[in-house]
Design a protein around this ligand. Structure first.
Ligand SMILES: Cc1ncc(COP(=O)(O)O)c(C=O)c1O
Length: 404
């Protein structure tokens, strides 16, 4: 419990208390060396994080949004290109598409994993597109625009089903940028390769966010792109630094999108604990599932297929009467979240794309019924008993009251 007696949704105080002296040492080094942007702390973090992800390269950038934008630009997305993603994600995914000059379009999610339904991706291509042999591009026939990239989102810490997505990408010459902003350390079993793969090592590039509340979080804004492609890594290094590989030799126009040295130093300290923290999150998820067993009719707990080893950035249940349960939990001192209440195709920001309710029914159903319970490595067994007790109590009250 926090000082005010509530169970917080996420605990950003405990890990910083635990690591305080090491984190302060990072600030001290930065002050003593005046190394604030770039330098050894960034280089070392990049090397260590690439290794953590089983990727050849990591390029530190200023946020997950920039990581997505730079990865798309470096992958060759041109103004007006269609980039496919899912409607159930944080808006940064589609913002990055628009900022790279692309036009977002959507493929619905799988009802159980909440990640991109690869079968619907195939349908999208078959029903809307033709492959132009001359340009070697997939073209959306009605919109007369090329479809050049796809962003599978590894939502809540669970990867998308990558094998079929990568297979289609190879078939239709699509760049795949994993949105791994919620999936530091998540793993996917590739049947095709008969081995476990890390999030961030499967697509042509992958974007990570180190926003403070993430499984690996900075003490401010930070992000990274991982890739196995040398040319892509070089291009992203230029894009993050005003288009220069050498000071004041600007080969292209870029951005100010670098990773601060202090944040890189902080991330290095925290990275050493990430595997343990992810294991603690998994333990919390196991305990939630145990405590919630027996009410499957009323509550759906997260589903992990055989190919997934999630890292539970969020622990998201599905309930029919979300608002009442949420209110009862708040009254019992338990903070919760909703990720996300409005699927992006129905967000005001995308009105001009012309989508309507019913267009992506799985994402809409999920958006109306998902509830995120507290999830962080330090969550105690007692706290989980309190949380689940309050959920069950709320259900019982509603059941005994009968249908409205
Ligand atoms: C799925 C997803 N994509 C992209 C982002 C963007 O990351 P950032 O906030 O670091 O720009 C986030 C972060 O919240 C996210 O959860």
């Amino acid at each position: 419990m926090t000082q005010n007696g509530r169970i917080p949704f996420v605990d950003l105080l405990s890990p910083h208390r635990e690591l305080e002296s090491e984190l302060l040492a990072v600030f001290k080094t930065a002050l003593e060396t005046a190394g604030f942007v770039g330098g050894p702390m960034v280089d070392e973090f990049e090397r260590e994080y690439a290794q953590f992800c089983d990727a050849k390269f990591c390029v530190g950038v200023s946020s997950g949004t920039d990581a997505l934008r730079f990865a798309l630009l470096a992958s060759g997305v041109q103004a007006g290109d269609i980039v496919l993603t899912v409607p159930l994600t944080f808006i940064a995914t589609t913002e990055a598409i628009s900022q790279a000059g692309g036009r977002p379009d959507f493929v619905d999610i799988d009802a159980r994993t909440f990640t991109m339904d690869a079968e619907r991706l195939r349908q999208y291509v078959q029903e809307n597109c033709a492959f132009d042999e001359k340009s070697q591009r997939l073209v959306h026939v009605k919109l007369q625009r090329p479809v050049t990239a796809v962003i599978p989102v590894h939502l809540y810490g669970q990867t998308a089903d990558m094998d079929p997505i990568m297979e289609m990408a190879a078939q239709y010459n699509l760049a795949v940028v994993e949105d791994a902003c919620q999936a530091h350390g998540a793993e996917y079993f590739s049947v095709k390769e008969n081995r476990w793969r890390k999030a961030g090592s499967m697509g042509h590039a992958a974007a990570f966010s180190f926003y403070p509340g993430k499984n690996l979080g900075a003490c401010g804004e930070a992000g990274a792109v991982t890739t196995n492609d040398d040319a892509l890594a070089r291009k992203i290094r230029m894009l993050r630094d005003h288009g220069q590989a050498k000071k004041y030799f600007h080969d292209i126009e870029g951005y100010n999108g670098r990773l601060d040295s202090i944040q890189a130093g902080i991330l290095r300290v925290k990275l050493r604990h990430l595997t343990r923290w992810n294991e603690q999150r998994r333990e919390c998820a196991r305990r939630y599932a145990e405590l919630l067993a027996g009410v499957e009719d009323a509550i759906r707990v997260p589903h992990s297929p055989f190919w997934s080893r999630p890292v539970y950035h969020l622990y998201v249940i599905q309930v029919a009467d979300r608002e009442s349960i949420r209110k009862d939990l708040a009254a019992a001192g338990v903070d919760t979240g909703i990720h996300y209440p409005i699927p992006l195709h129905l967000a005001k920001a995308y009105l001009e794309l012309g989508f309507r309710p019913g267009d992506f029914s799985q994402a809409e159903r999920a958006a109306g019924s998902l509830l995120s319970l507290p999830m962080f490595p330090e969550l105690t067994t007692d706290q989980q008993h309190t949380i689940v007790g309050a959920v069950l109590q709320s259900l019982a009250v509603r059941e005994s009251a009968g249908p409205a």
